[in-house]
Design a protein. Structure first.
Length: 151
């Protein structure tokens, strides 16, 4: 699923932000939505301020595995503190982050191809790889949200 379709799916589950099913995740739907949007916005911000002339591809087995697989295994990684909220997550906060994320995703479409983002495990990702990462990451959290919402 592309990042555009992921954003549409993410928007559809916002009304269920308070739902929680501990057997699926220690976090509620709001946390997964908030985290996904924080990641999108922080990656886009870094892409916009990166120096394309300094981009060099980096090799990472984990990057190759995740990108070929197209998904992230559950429970294997911990989110950096910069993309995790320690406060109560309000529906209005999620909605305002969504508006920013939509704008950011439009803005990065016009960036140079060597705009880049430094991932903590994958190394430097080009614009195209960053967009692919955002789709994989958002879909990972959407799958968890969908499992939380299953009856």
């Amino acid at each position: 699923m592309s990042i555009g379709k992921s954003m549409q799916a993410l928007e559809k589950v916002i009304p269920f932000y308070e739902q929680h099913k501990k057997i699926v995740s220690s976090k509620n739907v709001a946390w997964h939505l908030d985290h996904s949007l924080r990641v999108i916005n922080s990656v886009c911000d870094e892409l916009k301020t990166s120096k394309p002339e300094n981009y060099k591809t980096t090799f990472s087995f984990i990057k190759i595995y995740i990108f070929l697989r197209g998904s992230i295994p559950r429970g294997k990684a911990r989110a950096p503190k910069s993309v995790v909220s320690n406060e109560e997550i309000l529906k209005s906060t999620i909605e305002s982050q969504l508006v920013i994320a939509k704008t950011n995703l439009q803005e990065i479409k016009n960036l140079p191809i060597n705009s880049n983002f430094q991932h903590p495990h994958f190394g430097k990702l080009s614009l195209k790889k960053s967009q692919h990462f955002l789709a994989i990451h958002t879909n990972h959290h959407l799958a968890i949200v969908n499992d939380i919402l299953k009856k």
